[in-house]
Design a protein around this ligand. Sequence first.
Ligand code: NDP
Length: 308
Amino acid sequence: MSEPIRVVVTGAAGQIAYSLLYMIANGEVFGKDQKLVLTLLDIPPMMGVLEGVLMELYDCAFPLLSQVIPTADPAVAFKDVSAAFLVGAMPRREGMERKDLLSANVKIFKVQGEALNAHAKKDVKVLVVGNPANTNALICSHYAPSIPRENFTAMTRLDQNRARAQIALPTQFPDVASGTANGKPVTDLVEASYLQSDFVTTVQKRGASVIAARKMSSAMSAAKAAADHVRDWWQGTAAGTFVSMGVVSDGSYNIPKDIVFSFPVEIKDKKWKIVQGLKLDDFARSKLEITTKELLEEKDEAMQVCNA
Ligand code: NDP
């Protein structure tokens, strides 16, 4: 059994964290022989709820859990952490302007970036879940200049998992990550017209469908995607497979540099590498262009707030 590592979860009193903490404490992310000290950050009004989460974590009697530290102080939460799940963010409310949402999140991710910079291990692996995750990751990295930029990532794995699930329905055994199902290319098994229409809209609208049915956002599947993301980062991807991660662009696939964008990555020795040479058809290119435009606008607005 190795020495415990410290792991922080922010928004720890929230819905996603409630599922995520179980997965982390159970050894699914960092391995079954890695002891953990978990620090749980939330805002002061949530400390009572967090106390309940703490009790439940202890009552699970996880053998890997050495200690749990609930706190509203970022300096305590980020102290010596090797991994950070940044789940807490300002939720989008009805009628809220994107600018207001961005400036609220700039404040949160500035504080957390500075705390990571001052207190975390320099090789800390950071996953941002709180939306807008790509831009929040960029802001966080901006305020943590002593930590390499490639250590800041955003969660796009939920879309990959949702896509996998949709392909599984018509093909039974999917591996959308490598574009195959039952060893055959997905494109041989499913109609192209489906892949460009219902498939895309179903995955895009999945979050809204869950809210409509559950009257609450997706939390279990978001937590599973966060756990999958960091598990693969920590433990590596199997040879010949790749996963989706929001990482800082190096210009691959003609995506502008210096925005956090979802790329196919393979991971070895805790380092991700963008998989090159995947073919993109016109349909995929047109979708990537829309996303690129949105992310560039969001980055500009966020940087204006940062520099104000
Ligand atoms: P959730 O745990 O459901 O969601 C947290 C964040 O994850 C939101 O920004 C949400 O974005 C995002 N998210 C990403 N993917 C998904 C998905 N598929 N489904 C749902 N959400 C997704 O929110 P809760 O309100 O239950 O909990 C948030 C907690 O964070 C609260 O306890 C709050 O006090 C805390 N918080 C803590 C901060 C801190 O530690 N400093 C700062 C701000 C908040 P979206 O809004 O788009 O749904």
